[in-house]
Design a protein around this ligand. Structure first.
Ligand code: NAG
Ligand code: NAG
Length: 232
């Protein structure tokens, strides 16, 4: 049985949560999908020509929130998602972080994955970060995520994984140099699938919660955050 919340952030993002309480009463899996620059009419259930059958499925089984406000830019939105604070309180309200920005999401903020870890969750992020990288302390594996697979900045080349001719693609902290010209979204699907099936197998969960993996469209910027209870 799914309890699904799907919200489409007009002009900016899709935020979706898939939660399920399993028979043993364990905490639900939580999946957040954040898609930059997704327009209101870019999803099938709003009549788009772009096919999003799996997002449509989530929407039809869930709750659609369609009246709310969100920042029109990436870093402010992400800072709000990570902290629960309006961006003017995180200092990231002005613009996105640039590759040369010597700051990030201020280190004194507790993040959502840090909170979830306190509740026993394993936490993973796949895709884009864009909340700072000029010190290790700003990067995802220092901000509450057990693992990270993706890029620190924005507007990377999704085939050669560079920004300004510099590789911006990491597996945790290590540069990823072995995927050649593979389209990044396919790698994200692969890694997300691995994380999800690893958890479901180890916890004897049914694979039901993996429905999000069926989402496979041509968005070049598709970010997944996958958070799941600890594998035991
Ligand atoms: C973090 O530090 C800044 C600057 O001192 C302050 O304005 C902000 O309220 C602090 N945030 C938290 C969550 O403590
Ligand atoms: C996603 O879609 C592309 C294009 O249709 C296809 O080549 C690829 O195999 C699909 N990937 C997955 C994981 O389903």
């Amino acid at each position: 049985m799914f309890r699904t919340v799907l919200a489409v952030w007009s002009l900016t993002a899709v935020f979706s949560t898939v939660a399920r309480t399993n028979r043993a009463g364990r905490p639900p899996h939580i999946l957040l999908i954040l898609a930059d620059d997704l327009g209101w009419s870019d999803v099938g259930f709003h009549g788009s020509k772009i096919q999003t059958p799996n997002i449509d499925k989530l929407a039809s089984n869930g709750v659609i929130l369609d009246n709310y406000y969100v920042l029109p830019l990436c870093s402010p939105t992400r800072s709000a998602l990570m902290t629960g604070m309006y961006p003017i309180h995180t200092g990231l309200q002005h613009l996105v972080l640039l590759p040369t920005s010597a700051y990030g999401l201020p280190l004194n903020f507790t993040t959502l994955p840090q909170k979830l870890k306190q509740s026993g969750y394993a936490t993973h992020i796949v895709g884009k970060w864009h909340l700072g990288y000029n010190k290790w302390e700003y990067t995802p594996t220092y901000r509450g995520f057990d693992t990270f697979y993706g890029y620190y900045n924005a507007q990377e080349d999704h085939y050669d994984h560079t920004l300004l001719d510099i590789l911006d693609f990491r597996d945790n902290k290590e540069p990823v140099t072995n995927i050649g010209g593979e389209f990044a979204t396919f790698k994200y699907v692969e890694v997300t699938y691995f994380l999800a099936t690893c958890c479901s197998i180890q916890k004897s969960y049914s694979t039901e919660h993996n429905i999000f993996l069926l989402e496979n469209n041509t968005y070049s910027v598709l970010d997944h955050l996958f958070l799941c209870p600890p594998c035991v």
